[in-house]
Design a protein around this ligand. Sequence first.
Ligand SMILES: C[S@@+](CC[C@H](N)C(=O)[O-])C[C@H]1O[C@@H](n2cnc3c(N)ncnc32)[C@H](O)[C@@H]1O
Length: 186
Amino acid sequence: MGTLPKAVQLLEKGWTISPIMQEIYSYPYKKIVKREAQLAEIKHGERILSLGCGAIPFTAIFLREITGNPVTALDVDPVALEKAETLLKKRGLRNITLKLGNGASIDLSEYSVVVTALQVEPKKEILNNFFGTAPKGARLVMRAPRKIFYSSYEPVPVGYKPQGEVSQPMITFGKSLLYKGEKNNV
Ligand SMILES: C[S@@+](CC[C@H](N)C(=O)[O-])C[C@H]1O[C@@H](n2cnc3c(N)ncnc32)[C@H](O)[C@@H]1O
């Protein structure tokens, strides 16, 4: 993992004690997640996975807020999950399930929508795992880093053709890509 994502990961952990910093940090993402929910055409009741939720699981929080659907927030880092658990409890958010695991290898068969954080890796294995285990018709949304950030954030692998995309006005990523769960996608 590059220096920038490592720093973000550390800052997230530190900011779990500051509601103001959480608010400032996550504020721009509400619109980002709304566009992603529209891109994936999330329907009522679909199970959603926020892949790489971090200590401040704002993608999961916004997905739950926007759709009202059941959301699971996954992270490979047990410390981030512990902090996320405390944060969700403090905010009284009981409808988000936290899960420890690696998005490149966990069984995704119970989820029809997967939304990945910019920092997730290895992206190729995550996509392969999605195509291999998610049900047909499932959608995966992947944030694609801008070229100038390729040394910090792993780019989306070539050879995987997205079925849709939406522009995102972020410094580190300019779009979110949509993949659909069909095994002949690669
Ligand atoms: C720093 S967070 C930022 C996410 C942000 N809080 C959100 O809600 O979108 C990114 C997290 O992704 C996790 N991560 C990276 N690769 C992963 C993978 N393959 N499976 C699960 N979690 C992963 C990291 O451990 C890190 O905590």
